[in-house]
Each structure stands twice: as C-alpha cells, then as structure tokens.
Write a protein that binds this ligand. Structure first.
Ligand SMILES: *Cc1c(COP(=O)(O)O)cnc(C)c1O
Ligand code: SF4
Length: 424
C-alpha cells in the first residue's frame, strides 16, 4: 500500500468522512483539531476504522480529535473566532489553551545529560541502566494518537522540542557510563525514519562495540499504524536486515510496540509484519496507556494481551495517561485503572502476566498502583516504584490515603506518613 496521510486541512477529502459523518461532526473535528492537530493514514482509514460505528470506534477515537477533548467554553470560544476568521485572536486562544494543558510534564527536560561540558539535548538519562535517545528525524509518527503528550513537538512549538542529530556524543556518553545496558530509540517514532537514516544512527553504535551496552530498543507505534513499514515499503527488507545485523552483533533487539486495542492486531498485514520482525531475532514487547473512550475495559485488555501472547509478543507495561493534554477526556482514576488491570490480568495465563502496571511515569520514577487494601482499619492505595531515579526505592510498597477520584500521584496524600517514600 502506498502511504497517504490526511490532516486537519485535508481530512474532508476522505471518502468515508464524506459518506458517514454529518457536517456538524466534521466541523467539530475541525475545531478540536485547532488545538489537537491530527494525522491519519489510509491504512487506518481503509483497514481499521469501523465507519458504520465510527462514533464509538476505538481506532477512530484514537486518531481523530473529539469536541469533548476541549472544555465547553474553550470549544465555543474557538468556534466563534474560527467562524469570524479572526486569525490573530484565534491563534492566541489556541496557544493559551495549549499552555494550560501542561505540554511538558514530568520534568522531561531536567534529565538532559552532559559529556565533556557538551549537552546531549536529544537524550534523557533518568534510570542508570537506560538512556533514551530522540533522533531528530524521528520526532513524528505515521499517524497521531489523539491523547499523545508529545503533541507540542508536532505543532511547531519549537522551544519545547528536543531532538539530537549527532550520534557521536551519545556513543561517547554511553562509553563513559558503564551502568548503561540499554539504549532506547524513541520519538515520536524512530521507525518513521528511512532505513538509510536509521542505519546512520545504528552503524556507528554497532562499530563502537561498547561492551556494557547489551540491549537496543525501539519504542514504536509503526506496527499498529503502518505495518507496511515491515512488508512492502521500498526499504522494508533493508530495515529487517538492519534488525538482523543488530542481533548478529550480539545485542538483544527489543521492539517495544505500542498497541492500544486488540483491533490493531487483527489485520493480515499486522500479523505478517509481526512474523517478519520476529524472524530477525527481535523480541516484541507491548505497552500502552489506559484511556477513556479507547480501552477502558478489562475485556479489551484481556483480549489484547491474550492475542499478543498468541502472536509471540510479550506484554510489558500498562501506563496511566499522563497529566497532560485532554486529561479530563482520556483520564481514568487510579483506582479504576487498577480494577481494570486486575480483572484483565486475572483472566490470562501466566505468559501474559509479564505485564506490569498500571504505572505512572512521574518525575521520581515509574509508580505502579498495586492495589487497594485496608491496614489497621484504614483504606489505602498501595503503590510501588517499578523504576526510580534512586534505585533503592524500587519494589518497596508504600501507601496513599484511599481516593477514588485521584488520577495522578500528585493528587494523592500519603498514608501513615508525612511524605511519600520518594519524597523522603
Ligand atoms: C520507562 C522508561 C524507561 C525504560 O524503563 P524500563 O522499565 O527499563 O522499560 C527509560 N527511561 C524513562 C524516562 C522511562 O520513563
Ligand atoms: S505513536 Fe506515540 S509519539 Fe506518536 S502520536 Fe502516538 S503516542 Fe504520540
């Protein structure tokens, strides 16, 4: 299939949009898209979205912005300015709304590492074993998820964008840090890059032959959004060859696939792509956030994890949606997320119980909601750090006062203590 993408300006040309949506629905998308720019491609349109039921279709909800992602007064304000054609006031309103949405959560910027006084501005080294690398040309995706906290990067707010073009500094840095075992390519989506470009990042790393570096990971949504990247794109075969080379150099190639719903696992294309990736020796692990309107039921997760294991993939993380973007629309209370997780995991075999979560990627680390319990007559939420800046804090249960509505750790209060474990 030839890749074709549509955005806020061109989506009205999509035949299914013309056929199935009312003019009011179309206008609502146009207005929501002022704040949440979107991109959708022909694979999602032709193979994944169930247009007859588009209003409740999880894939439609995943990629098209929705009116309710804006607060009513914001939506009405934008609509008025949009209809008036008052561009200056409109742009200001858009900017204000975006700024209120906390576009740079969990101090992503505070972990910029340095080597010999030079900043690796496209990297993040938060946990001693792993370094994240954001290749400059990998800062976009084959389509955009409507909930994505990376949207500031895609909307021309350049002061918030971090990316890096040179891999040499990165190699120097990894060499100087023997605790690093994992290098994670992330984005956006690093597999949006041509194989040639990706190769220009990977080959120097392979040549550098750093003994303590063991695992190379790609964090990617390409399997779900554009499986042809591994099938029929011009450089698909070369990409798989590059994977083979990484494996042949002795690395564990960890393909971290983002799947939000079991429906993304159902096409022949995705099934074939998974097989081809696995044949290179790569191991595919899966992760996704839990989101209202998209996957807020245990049945969805049970079915998704079961199918992933059936396809030879390894369920890895369930995340809590970040405290950013349209949190009021996608957000799920921590207690509810845990109940969904618990019900889902209790209906799969041990092979799918590799998954951990639901987890918040917060400033001090990854905090999992392990459950709800009662201690000395007090109802509490049990938390546990899966990852921490301070590794001594990992895997020690700690407690928050029960709160049915809290959606993020900063809304919780410690129980039996003045401070949370990670604040001490
Ligand atoms: C999740 C995460 C990682 C990877 O952690 P693992 O638990 O090893 O998968 C690395 N860096 C950051 C900032 C993360 O949030
Ligand atoms: S694929 Fe990932 S980075 Fe890209 S829009 Fe979706 S969540 Fe954001």
């Amino acid at each position: 299939m030839e890749y074709r993408a549509y955005n806020s300006k061109s989506f009205k040309k999509i035949p299914q949009i013309q056929q199935f949506l009312s003019s009011e629905d179309i206008e609502n998308i146009e207005i929501a898209a002022l704040v949440f720019p979107f991109k959708v491609n022909n694979y999602l349109i032709d193979k994944l979205i169930d247009w007859k039921n588009y209003q409740n279709d999880p894939i439609f909800r995943l990629v098209f912005p929705h009116k309710d992602m804006l607060l009513t007064q914001d939506f009405e304000r934008l609509k008025t300015l949009y209809k008036k054609g008052d561009i200056e006031a409109l742009n200001k309103a858009i900017y204000d709304i975006r700024m209120r949405m906390n576009p740079h959560p969990a101090d992503q910027k505070s972990n910029v590492p340095t080597i010999n006084d030079k900043e690796l501005t496209g990297s993040q080294h938060k946990y001693k074993e792993t370094i994240l690398f954001f290749p400059k040309q990998g800062q976009t995706c084959h389509a955009y998820c409507s909930f994505c906290f990376r949207w500031p990067q895609f909307t021309g707010m350049n002061e918030l964008k971090f990316a890096m073009k040179e891999v040499d500094l990165l190699i120097e840095y990894i060499k100087a840090h023997p605790t690093i075992t994992d290098l994670i390519f992330t984005g956006g989506d690093p597999l949006i890059m041509s194989t040639k470009l990706l190769r220009s990042y990977i080959e120097p790393i392979l040549k550098a032959n750093i003994p303590h570096l063991q695992n190379i990971r790609f964090g990617t949504k390409t399997l779900g959004f554009w499986p042809y990247r591994f099938l029929t794109d011009n450089d698909a075969d070369d990409l798989l060859k590059l994977f083979e080379e990484i494996v042949a150099h002795g690395y564990h190639l960890a393909f971290m696939a983002h799947f939000n719903h079991y429906r993304e696992l159902e096409t022949d294309e995705v099934k074939e792509a998974v097989k081809r990736i696995q044949q290179t020796g790569a191991i595919i692990r899966t992760q996704a956030p839990i989101l209202r309107h998209i996957n807020d039921s245990s049945e969805v997760w049970t079915k998704m994890w079961k199918e992933q294991v059936h396809m030879g993939m390894v369920p890895y993380y369930m995340f809590i949606a970040r405290d950013t973007g349209a949190q009021h629309y996608f957000g799920i209370p921590l207690v509810e997320a845990w109940k969904i997780f618990k019900n889902a995991i209790s209906n799969v075999s041990g092979l799918a119980r590799t998954v951990r979560g639901p987890s918040m990627s917060a400033a001090p680390g990854k905090i999992a909601v392990s459950g709800v319990s009662e201690i000395n007559g007090e109802k509490v939420i049990v938390l546990n750090m899966l990852q921490a800046k301070n590794p001594n804090l990992v895997d020690i249960p700690f407690f928050a006062k029960y709160d049915e509505n809290a959606q993020w750790v900063d809304e919780l209060k410690p129980a039996f203590s003045e401070k949370f474990l990670f604040e001490k």
